[in-house]
Design a protein around this ligand. Structure first.
Ligand SMILES: [Zn+2]
Length: 235
């Protein structure tokens, strides 16, 4: 294997390692992201609270209606038992009874609305709960898949690192220094393929003829005149 071919082989393994590392970090982010379930849980809690409030509102109206009716009935009883004397007093009592009854009717009308609101709140609560259950089940599945992927990637990484060691040994030490330095400067890609015998495979710039010839020899390190990467020619 030529010097440059050895560098290119190392580059390929390093790129494979880099892509696994990126995938693993993406998995870590996805594993930490429980937002879908959290949003569904929040919505469920709000729906629960609204349901409880609707039930209390209905109960309050029912109690108020019962109280009003009791007052009216008590007054009516007194009136018919002759406990209220005088025309004026009796008239006032009758007026008061009518007011209580009207009040009760209003409360009962509100009670019908409150009952409808309660049914709606219950429907919303059930729907929110169903969405939460589904989100939790989905999340569990996603977590299992992500964990499996991570295990697979870590296994691949282990093999790739062993391979990297071997490939690094096949590179002469001074070239390895140049390679590592370039990799640090060029987003991890130090070696590019010479394509169609004239183009840098990374930046797509066409090289001067002398460089094309030198690169094709694969004997000395030739750098792309545009992006500065080492060029490798595959005959
Ligand atoms: Zn280039």
């Amino acid at each position: 294997m030529s010097r440059i071919a050895a560098l290119y082989a190392l580059q390929q393994t390093d790129s494979e390692i880099d892509s696994r590392l990126i995938s693993i970090s993406q998995i870590e982010v996805a594993l930490a992201d429980n937002s879908a379930v959290e949003v569904a849980r929040q919505v469920t809690q709000e729906a629960d609270t609204a349901f409880v409030a609707a039930r209390l509102a209905l109960r309050d109206l029912e109690i108020a209606s019962e109280d009003t009716e009791r007052h009216a009935a008590e007054l009516e009883k007194k009136l018919y038992a002759g406990q209220i004397k005088g025309i004026k007093e009796m008239g006032l009592a009758q007026h008061e009874i009518a007011t209580f009854r009207q009040r009760r009717k209003d409360l009962d009308d509100q009670g019908v609305e409150a009952m409808i609101a309660l049914e709606e709140a219950e429907t919303t609560k059930k729907a929110a709960k169903a969405i939460l259950t589904e989100a939790e089940a989905e999340r569990e599945k996603v977590i299992i898949t992500l964990q499996e992927d991570r295990v697979r990637l870590e296994g691949e990484l282990l093999e790739l690192r062993t391979e990297r060691e071997k490939r690094a040994k096949a590179v002469v030490p001074p070239d390895l220094i140049i390679y590592e330095k370039l990799r640090g400067q060029k987003q991890g890609i130090a070696v590019a393929l010479l394509q169609q015998g004239k183009l840098c495979g990374r930046c797509r710039v066409e090289l001067p003829l002398t460089k094309q010839r030198e690169a094709k020899n694969n004997a000395v390190i030739v750098y792309c005149s545009s992006c500065g990467r080492i060029l490798h020619f595959k005959p």
